[in-house]
Design a protein around this ligand. Structure first.
Ligand SMILES: NC(=O)c1ccc[n+]([C@@H]2O[C@H](COP(=O)([O-])OP(=O)(O)OC[C@H]3O[C@@H](n4cnc5c(N)ncnc54)[C@H](OP(=O)(O)O)[C@@H]3O)[C@@H](O)[C@H]2O)c1
Length: 240
């Protein structure tokens, strides 16, 4: 069974991706800080296919050892989905330096380090899939999300150069750019703001985590063998 490491798999998009990976017949190493009831239910239903590995990505020093532990315990991964992220918002002038540091650490440094160390077993296999979860905000911008947007743009840049670096080893690297999806990260956006986001989509409604998980499923599959260094946007036409 091919192994997919999904970070931020306890809820929201990461949990939806984990469910989709189970449906697609992969074994999922689901990473997060707290085992949620949703992920626990998935593990109970598919104990052979899903395992939970606790890790806090604000501890960037431990990522090397964590990646070695994953490979040693579960085997060389076929895929890595860098999905875990913080969504701290706030206007830059008053955003606390601590929040800025945490966003950069968890949203940029951690996925880069995890990719570095899980890339090695993929290079040995001469095969693999890396998917970096960015956001349409990376390109469009959003009031109050300048640092978050910077981290998401960084991941898209990371994707493009890394795709060039590892393509000859038969490893693809792509970016998923979701539009607004209703998860815990976006709970604060309600009422008029939410309605105006919906109105600005081409389709008149929001894309869901399930829609975005299907795009990941495609990128992980053999059908996407010749797709690399690109961004797949799933936003119900927000950016059309
Ligand atoms: N929701 C949207 O509208 C939207 C739009 C565009 C892009 N995105 C992107 O989609 C991805 C998933 O977002 P979401 O909406 O599903 O967010 P969410 O509901 O807030 O879930 C975030 C996930 O990341 C994990 N996580 C956060 N900090 C972590 C840390 N320090 N160490 C380990 N795990 C950590 C959380 O797990 P624990 O709490 O268990 O650690 C959780 O599983 C993110 O990359 C986000 O930027 C979301």
């Amino acid at each position: 069974m091919k192994i997919i490491v999904v970070t931020g798999a306890t809820r929201g998009l990461g949990l939806a991706i984990s469910r989709q990976c189970v449906d697609d017949g992969y074994r999922v190493v689901a990473v997060g800080r707290t085992l949620s009831s949703g992920l626990d239910a998935l593990i109970c239903k598919h104990p052979e296919q899903v395992v939970f590995e606790r890790y806090d990505f604000s501890d960037t020093i431990g990522i090397h050892a964590f990646a070695l532990h994953i490979t040693k315990t579960w085997g060389r991964p076929w895929g890595l989905v860098n999905n875990a992220a913080l969504g701290n918002d706030g206007v830059l002038a008053t955003l606390h330096e601590r929040d800025i540091g945490a966003l950069i650490r968890v949203n940029i440094e951690a996925p880069i380090l995890l990719t570095k160390y899980l890339l090695r077993p993929m290079l040995i296999n001469s095969a693999g899939r890396i998917i970096n979860v960015s956001s349409i905000i990376a390109a469009t911008g959003f009031n109050g999300l300048s640092v978050y947007g910077a981290t998401k743009a960084a991941l898209a840049g990371f994707t493009r150069s890394l795709a060039r670096e590892v393509g000859k080893a038969n490893i693809t690297v792509n970016t998923l750019a979701p539009g607004y999806m209703e998860t815990e990260m976006t709970l604060a956006l309600q009422g008029d703001k939410l309605e105006s986001i919906k109105r600005r989509t081409s389709l008149g409604h929001l894309a869901t985590v399930t829609d975005a998980a299907f795009a990941v499923s495609y990128l992980l599959s053999e059908h996407a063998a010749n797709v690399t260094g690109t961004t797949i946007t799933v936003d119900a036409g927000s950016t059309a």
